[in-house]
Design a protein around this ligand. Structure first.
Ligand code: GDP
Length: 254
């Protein structure tokens, strides 16, 4: 049986083109310094060295985008990126501080906990979380802690979750299967009737999983659901911007 790669090519290519529009918006040390927004926001989280910056750069096809988050003074910040048309962004990416450096002092760890917990529990516009986990290491204690922060909102369907098992190129077939099965059993604890939880092997090097991850990101936006040209289509009003343009009846009861 022949399955043409072109069948899946279209949506993946469209999603990657959308990811490529990402540009730096702002940086903030804590939740109350982030601009409020009606745009859906997808957060990227992970242990230091999990491959988060590399994944963001590959997904957006921009060599240095996530290195904004690695410049001195910004490593503990939440960095926001805007996506979509320049004059009318349709989504935000939030790059959250990497965690888990053994050498970090207790005070810094507590601060990290507070920033992450507040963001994941309270950021109103948060619609998705991408958690990067090194496929060879699996979930660490801090990864589990982070999942616990966001678990209630994943459980009630408000926030969807995608776990990328990174650096999959370093694993053989058997190890890959084991990594996937291990992650799935941890994530089963979060599953409810409402939850939307995915897990995928990912490699920036071999590009494994890149197209699928881009499509997952894109699907969380109006444009990704094919609603961009239909302001009166009953799309959730949280995505409509609230700038007073468009038909008065465009919003629905939230
Ligand atoms: P971050 O701290 O989570 O942002 O991690 P980085 O993106 O800086 O990556 C940490 C290290 O892992 C770097 O040396 C990367 O080159 C390496 N790395 C990242 N992604 C991959 C991958 O897909 N395959 C391999 N083999 N190495 C990777």
């Amino acid at each position: 049986m022949t399955t043409s790669p072109a069948v899946d090519d279209g949506p993946a290519r469209l999603a990657l083109a959308w990811c490529h529009t990402a540009r730096f918006l702002t940086t903030a040390a804590q939740l109350n310094q982030l601009p409020p927004t009606e745009l859906p926001e997808i957060a990227f989280v992970g242990r230091s060295n999990a491959g988060k910056s590399t994944a963001i750069n590959v997904l957006t096809q921009q060599k240095r985008l996530a290195f904004a988050s690695k410049t001195p003074g910004r490593t503990q910040h939440i960095n926001l990126f805007a996506l979509g048309p320049k004059d009318e962004p349709d989504a935000l990416f939030a790059d959250l501080p990497g965690y888990g450096y053994a050498a970090v002092a207790r005070g810094a760890k507590l601060r990290w906990q507070k920033v992450m917990a507040e963001y994941l529990e309270l950021r109103r516009s948060l619609s998705g979380v991408v958690l990067m986990v090194d496929a060879r290491l699996g979930f660490t204690e801090l990864d589990r802690q982070l999942l616990a922060f966001v678990a209630p909102r994943v459980g009630n369907g408000a926030v969807k979750l995608l776990v990328l098992l990174t650096k999959a190129d370093k694993l053989n077939r058997r190890e890959s299967d084991a990594a996937l099965a291990g992650a799935q059993s941890v994530l089963a604890e979060l599953a409810t009737d409402e939850s939307d939880v995915g897990v995928s092997l990912f490699s920036a090097l071999s590009r494994r999983g890149v197209g699928d991850a881009a499509q997952w990101l894109h699907a969380g936006t109006r444009a990704g659901r094919g609603e961009a040209q239909r302001p009166g289509s009953g799309a959730p009003d949280a995505l409509l911007g609230g700038n007073g343009e468009g038909p008065a009846d465009a919003g629905t009861d939230a």
